[in-house]
Ligand binder design. Structure first.
Ligand code: GUN
Length: 291
């Protein structure tokens, strides 16, 4: 393998320890940061993500609860549950795990969360602040990627970053973050999506290629410029002869792309752990601004 592995698991552990120490320092006997997590339905992947978030909170000294509702919950009932957390000073962060069932309007749900408690940075108010370069919270996965690049001393200023995918959770906020006039960003950003005809003509131009489309091993060796940095945001389950019946792969064909790239993130153990670490940072921030 030619590429240097970007070890998100180790970097995330460092950040989680930094958060733990800060939580210890600022917590009072009668109050500490607290995160309310809401999960609707029984999507197995969402259950894993939510469990991992709760565990990470516990290890960092952050109080958390997970409220699980059946997929049939009405939108109004869900909005009422959110309102309870909005109104309670005991809860500093509120996170509604996505995706939500089709009968629930996710935009209305996200807009119902008080912006000061929106630790995902999904609320239009916080997205607007991010775009204007005046953020309170940073969106977890995009911020985790910027943090990884920074800790591996990978220059972004003036570099061409090509992002595959335009989701509201990754592609759009990441493009916004990386184009900001900030030493950790300042990149030339291209967002490529499903309307692109010849995807390779874009990806081969990337100094930093970030794949966030949710298609198993979509990015092949021929699509990557020699010496590029490749960041894989995908977590896809593919059928495999394992005890669980599946294995996790990213949006990048890791083995072959690692032969042409200079840096690459693995799946699992790359971007995923960083998302959780940044969520903890945001929960700490929410506590600070509300205390
Ligand atoms: N679904 C996939 N990623 C995320 C995330 O970062 N936050 C929430 N709330 N839901 C998600």
């Amino acid at each position: 393998m030619r590429a240097t592995l970007i070890d998100g698991k180790t970097v995330a552990a460092q950040i989680r320890e930094e958060v733990r120490l800060e939580v210890e320092r600022i917590s009072r006997s009668d109050q500490k940061p607290a995160l309310a997590v809401i999960l609707v339905g029984d999507d197995p992947a969402s259950q894993v993500y939510v469990r991992n978030k709760a565990r990470a909170c516990e290890k960092a000294g952050i109080h958390s609860i997970t409220q699980t509702f059946p997929a049939e919950i009405s939108e109004q009932q869900l909005l009422n549950e959110i309102q309870k957390f909005n109104d309670s000073p005991e809860w500093h962060g509120i996170l509604v795990q996505l995706p939500l069932p089709a009968h629930i309007n996710a935009e209305r749900v996200i807009e119902a969360i008080r912006p000061e408690k929106d630790v995902d940075c999904f609320h239009p108010f916080n997205v607007g602040r991010l775009m204007l370069g005046m953020p309170v919270f940073l969106p977890a996965t995009p911020a985790g990627i910027v943090e990884l690049l920074h800790r591996y001393q990978i220059e972004t200023s003036g570099k061409h970053v090509v992002i595959l995918g335009r989701s509201n959770i990754v592609g759009k906020p990441l493009a916004n973050l990386l184009m900001q006039k900030d030493p950790r960003a300042n990149a030339i950003v291209t967002v490529v999506h499903s309307a692109a005809g010849d995807v390779t003509s874009y990806t081969r131009e990337a100094d930093i290629l970030i794949a966030a489309i949710g298609k198993a091993e979509f990015v092949r060796k021929e699509m990557v410029k020699e010496g590029a940095v490749v960041i894989d945001v995908g977590i896809n389950r593919v059928e495999a002869d394992t005890p669980r019946g599946y294995r996790l792969v990213g949006d990048v064909a890791f083995d072959e792309v690692a032969e042409v790239a200079d840096y690459i993130t693995p799946v699992p153990g790359g971007v995923g752990p960083m998302t959780i670490a940044m969520l903890l940072k945001n929960t700490l921030k929410a506590y600070e601004i509300q205390s």
